[in-house]
Design a protein around this ligand. Structure first.
Ligand code: AR6
Length: 170
């Protein structure tokens, strides 16, 4: 059984086996969670991201996929980078957002991670409405078979926390 837990706070302050980053296809950083991960995690993360671009992901990491790097100076063993869909950009957006959670858990299983912390993927720069994103996130995690023991959603503000809390209660 996987426990789903909620925390209000900063993803980069969490201790977990893996922290999931809401990245973009370039894997080379950005704002929001991504900016915070690279700022606090230090240059080792970006170095691995660059190596991934030079090897496996020359065209970038596709939307809905996930890949792991070191967690650098963060209090975790790995960062799992995933690329959320931009809200409204295509009809398969909801499937791609679900895929972010499923693929991140698949990578976590490959690594042997037991605790994984997620931000609310796509709900910042990428514009996804919080309630819908929270529904997709929680339903997908509940319906994905995984050896991960704790999936922790780390919500940056009260509004996001409440949206996830409603989904977990319902
Ligand atoms: N900890 C937890 N949640 C956070 C943090 C943090 N430190 N910072 C922001 N949030 P976003 P996206 C919340 O924009 O929508 C980047 O530039 C934020 O309030 O980080 O998937 C990437 O490089 C929001 O609810 O990710 C991409 O280009 C949620 O995290 C693009 O943004 C996600 O917001 C990805 O956009």
């Amino acid at each position: 059984m996987t426990r789903l837990t909620l925390v209000r706070g900063d993803l980069t302050r969490q201790r977990a086996d893996a922290l999931v980053n809401a990245a973009n296809s370039s894997l080379l950083g950005g704002g929001g969670v991504d900016g915070a991960v690279h700022r606090r995690g230090g240059p080792a993360i970006l170095a691995e991201c660059r190596a991934l671009r030079a090897s496996r992901y020359g065209r970038g990491l596709p939307t809905g996929r996930a890949v792991a790097t070191t967690a650098g100076e963060l209090d975790a063993r790995w960062v799992i980078h995933t690329v959320g869909p931009v809200y409204g950009a295509s009809d398969d957006g909801p499937a791609l957002l679900a895929s972010c959670y499923r693929e991140s858990l698949r990578v976590a299983d490959e690594l042997g991670a037991r605790t994984v912390a997620f931000p609310a993927i796509s709900t910042g720069v990428y514009g996804w409405p919080m309630d819908d994103a929270a529904r997709i996130a929680t339903e997908t995690v509940r319906n994905t078979p995984t050896g991960v023991e704790e999936v922790r959603f780390v919500l940056f503000d009260e509004r996001a926390y409440e949206a996830f809390a409603r989904q977990l209660a319902g």
